[in-house]
Design a protein around this ligand. Structure first.
Ligand code: NAD
Length: 368
């Protein structure tokens, strides 16, 4: 078997800073666990535009299609705000998602006990929370036709179309059921079947896939508005939530805030299995390039490090190693280490990006 391969696209702003800490973890796996990753690097976003006049070159795109997993930092920054839409940094990211056909976006909302005070909700509501939102990422109202702003009589009309095919619903439902089997074995599907035909179809297809292939998994359905309420009321009732692109966009942001800081949130976007059985995959922190703190050693690298833990679990079938890395993060937080974004308690002074990375590596060492 060849080594697992990774393409690192650190991007702009704090992207390269947090990715440096992930490299320490990757090197640790090579040195201490005998797991050597074939790592290549490339440019995406503003830095690619600066070097090549495009936010993603064809060569980098081709490389992304070849590797087992892509790890991305963040793209964008004020320097690029006035660029033409076609070459904006985000276009690089969107091209990766589109051409790799990454239809399932996984956003865990996990609350480490040491950070439970950080949530805007009561501590007992969020402490120990561990849920996963699976959002359909390549279809639905953000892509449906017809769309546009047209003139009707004397006024303008804005149009977007919610459109889902059975196969688009079925494949993301399968992703959610597969995930649930590796977690708490429960899926809650959210739509608006009470007012939308696409919601009726969504509910039908999820039910059909469940009956035919995943009847061992517990399935429930909820209207997305009720789901939003339940997420704030008692989020621990959920294990995996599967929903469409629009509702997923909103619900995953709401769930993210249950856990505190942006600097803690990883994500994965998965596509169809490749020849070697691994899914096409891109892992990235939820946060952006944070230009306000870039270059100051203040960025929290944990979101990016937890994204790598997701790669271990979902691309490389190394669940025990993912657990080890997540435990190392948890232990560092339990010791009271905080980057500036996690400060709240008086008398605690923040650690730098690299100190946080080093402390996590030290916990990995201690786990052996
Ligand atoms: P942002 O996520 O970059 O920053 C929002 C706030 O959170 C800032 O105050 C920032 O300092 C803080 N923050 C974010 N990540 C942090 C971390 N790891 N550690 C500590 N603090 C952190 O969002 P923004 O300010 O709206 O956008 C900045 C740029 O990033 C824009 O150009 C935007 O387009 C881009 N962006 C990119 C992505 C992506 O690459 N996926 C996502 C969102 C925004």
């Amino acid at each position: 078997m060849s080594n697992p391969s990774l393409l690192i696209l650190a991007g702009d702003g704090i992207g390269p800073e947090v990715m440096t800490e992930v490299r320490k973890i990757i090197d640790w796996y090579g040195a201490k666990r005998d797991v050597t990753f074939d790592v290549s690097e490339g440019l995406v976003g503003g830095c690619s535009y600066d070097a090549h006049g495009t936010p993603l070159t064809d060569e980098t795109m081709a490389k992304a299609q070849e590797v087992d997993a892509v790890l991305l930092g963040a793209v964008g920054g004020p320097k690029y705000d006035n660029l033409d839409f076609s070459v904006k940094p985000e276009r690089g990211l969107l091209r990766l998602r589109k051409e790799m056909d990454l239809f399932a976006n996984l956003r865990p909302a996990q609350c480490f006990d040491a950070l439970a005070d950080f949530s805007s909700l009561k501590k007992d509501v969020v402490a120990g929370l561990d849920i996963m939102i699976v959002r359909e990422l390549t279809s639905g109202i953000y892509f449906g036709e017809p769309r546009g702003i047209i003139k009707e009589g004397n006024e303008r009309v804005g149009i977007n179309t919610q459109r889902y095919t059975e196969s688009e619903i079925a494949r993301v439902a399968r992703s959610a059921f597969e995930l649930a089997r590796k977690r708490g074995n429960k899926v809650c599907s959210m739509e608006k079947a009470n007012v939308m035909e696409s919601g009726i179809l969504w509910r039908d297809v999820v039910t059909e896939v469940h009956q035919a292939e995943y009847s061992d998994v517990e399935l429930s359905h909820m209207y997305a508005d009720a789901g939003a309420m339940q997420l704030c009321r008692w989020p621990k009732q959920f294990d995996v939530i599967v929903t469409d692109n629009l509702f997923g966009d909103l619900l995953s942001d709401a769930a993210a805030m249950l856990t505190g800081s942006l600097g803690m949130l990883p994500s994965a976007s998965l596509g169809a299995p490749m020849e070697n059985g691994r899914p096409k995959a891109l892992y990235e922190p939820v946060h952006g390039s944070a230009p306000d703190i870039a270059g100051q050693g203040k960025a929290n690298p944990i979101a990016c490090i937890l994204s790598f833990a997701m790669a271990l679990r979902y691309s490389f079938d190394m669940g025990a190693e993912a657990d080890r890395l997540e435990k190392a993060v948890e232990d560092v937080l339990a010791d009271g280490l905080r980057t500036a974004d996690l400060l709240g308690e008086e008398g605690v002074s923040p650690v730098s990006t690299s100190e946080m990375g080093d402390a996590i590596v030290a916990k990995l060492d201690a786990s052996l």
